[in-house]
Design a protein around this ligand. Structure first.
Ligand code: NAP
Length: 487
């Protein structure tokens, strides 16, 4: 059996390598190789958009904009709902495709598909509940009427770590709001984005409402679109470094920006925590997507009284994980996305060990043709090590010891990031007190997973601007219009 024969229907890479998608048509081309990170071998080739292609996609989004804006909310809602149903119907194929191009283990990929589809269901519901306001002026001079209008054409840029969910978390609210979009997925995982476009077509998304471009020149393509006055929104998910560059670029034409950027999540375990629950939570917070998540626990701060038991428990659980290709049903920890990702993790771990840390399991890259790094636990990590400052984005759990609540809070806040944090304690008062002091957009209290389409997702400090999901996520794609009314 050939390699591709194992992956049929929506899981077949060849099915999604048909060209750029704009104006409801596939524009043929190649140029970007998509690799299987578990072998480093090419599985498909997708089209490579130029800046001119990007402007043609803006033309398509513009041609569809008035019609989509005028489409009744109920109708937009029903299209999103059908898209949700199609994702669920093809969930196993989509999960396999994600596991193949991204490398994450199948259970994680299945979780992602369910999470991703839920954004379409949630925003199918929210599409029909767009809020407005009516107020009286304090002076009595007139009345204040506030409407929300679609902001206009939106450029959506997504990372490789959640190729389906990061796209639906933007497309769902944008379409619900009445905007047309151009999605630029990450070069490592374009197939899932094209698969989503196919399902959207099947769901009845009109031509030009959703357009998808892959490119090896992300800055040239994005800058061309941001300079076009018809583009009014940039919604970006990715690293803080690229976010800063895009904010500067968007400033030139004052394009509205939503930024979901990097994280450096602290995971605080207090002496009074339920140890087994904290270990369960730690495994989810660390090992979902093999650590390649923006919300991944990056620093474990554990109080002295529970520290040794926590390290022993975490070491046993991490050492027991089965490593392999994501699409192998036995795999619990898949490969990293690229060889460079493995090199970065190796550098952070080696530096920490050189500074006095000890690996209780793992600690060195695996010598395989794929991009594998083993689950690793580090203890005695100096708090000043680079692993405490940088996003690890891999299956490495550095553990630090602390004594007092105040010390834990200071350590947790000692970062430019502020996306997610976790607290484990049986004392809810303590959790809320500590939670109030933590500089974070999201806090898991006795939970290792916080993502939910119905909740506002986003960070403070250099982890981002704005929120996705929840009831406010749709407003990121709308402008408030105030009518001063006298009658
Ligand atoms: P990245 O390198 O910042 O890339 C993200 C996206 O931006 C990709 O589509 C990339 O395209 C594109 N890009 C890169 N340089 C660009 C430029 N100059 N102009 C326009 N687009 C550009 O991030 P990543 O490595 O894919 O993803 C990992 C990062 O995303 C981590 O920092 C993680 O924390 C963050 N993340 C945040 C959230 C959140 O919700 N806060 C969620 C998931 C991930 P190419 O692929 O073609 O380079």
């Amino acid at each position: 059996m050939t390699f591709h024969a194992k992956f049929s229907g929506y899981a077949d890479p060849a099915f999604h390598a048909q060209g750029l998608y704009f104006g409801g048509e596939w524009h043929r081309g190649g140029g970007i190789a998509v690799l299987d990170p578990s072998t480093g071998k090419k599985i498909a080739e997708v089209a490579d958009a130029t800046a001119e292609d990007a402007l043609r996609a803006v033309d398509a989004a513009d041609a569809a904009a008035a019609g989509w804006r005028a489409t009744p909310a109920r109708q937009r809602s029903e299209i999103l709902r059908r898209w949700f149903q199609l994702m669920i119907q093809h969930a196993e194929e989509l999960a396999t495709l994600i596991a193949l191009e991204n490398g994450k283990a199948l259970p994680d990929a299945r979780g992602e598909v369910a999470y991703a589809a839920e954004f379409f269901r949630w925003y199918a519901e929210e599409a029909t509940r767009i809020p407005g306001e009516f107020r009286h002026t304090p002076s009595g001079s007139h009345h204040i009427l506030v409407d929300h209008e679609p902001i206009g054409i939106a450029v959506l840029i997504t990372p490789w770590n959640f190729p389906a969910a990061m796209a639906t978390r933007k497309i769902g609210p944008a379409l619900a709001a009445g905007c047309t979009v151009i999605l630029k997925p990450a070069s490592e995982t374009p197939l899932t984005a094209y698969a989503m476009a196919r399902l959207g077509e099947e769901a009845g998304v009109p031509p030009g409402v959703v357009n998808v471009l892959t490119t090896s020149n992300p800055s040239g393509v994005t800058n061309a679109m941001l300079a076009d006055p018809r583009v009014r929104k940039l919604s970006f998910t990715g690293s803080t470094g690229v976010g800063r560059i895009l904010l500067a670029e968007a400033a030139k034409s004052v394009v509205s920006c939503s930024m979901e950027l990097g994280g450096n999540a602290p995971f605080l375990v207090f002496d009074d925590a339920d140890l087994e629950a904290a270990l369960d939570g730690a495994m989810i917070a660390k090992m979902r997507n093999a650590g390649e998540a923006c919300t991944a626990a990056n620093r474990f701060y554990v109080q002295a009284g529970i520290h040794d038991a926590f390290v022993a428990g975490l070491t046993a659980r991490m050492a027991a994980l089965k490593i392999g290709p994501g699409y192998d049903p036995q795999t619990q920890c898949g490969p990293m996305i690229t060889r460079n990702a493995v090199k970065k993790i190796d550098r952070l771990v080696s530096d920490a060990i050189a500074a006095g840390a000890r690996a209780t399991t793992g600690g060195k890259p695996l010598e395989e043709s794929g991009y594998f790094y083993p689950p690793t636990v580090l203890e005695n990590v100096p708090t000043g090590a680079s692993i405490a400052r940088e996003e690890i984005f891999g299956p490495v759990a550095p553990v630090y010891r602390f004594d007092t609540d105040e010390e834990a809070v200071n350590l947790a806040n000692d970062t430019e990031y502020g996306l997610a944090a976790y607290v484990y304690t049986r004392d809810l008062k303590r959790a809320m007190r500590v939670g109030k002091c933590l500089e974070t957009g999201m806090l898991g209290i006795n939970r290792g997973l916080m993502s939910d389409p119905a909740a506002p997702f986003g960070g403070v400090k250099q982890s981002g601007l704005g929120r996705e999901g929840g009831v406010t996520g749709i407003l990121e794609f709308m402008e408030a219009k105030y009518y001063a009314v006298d009658y």
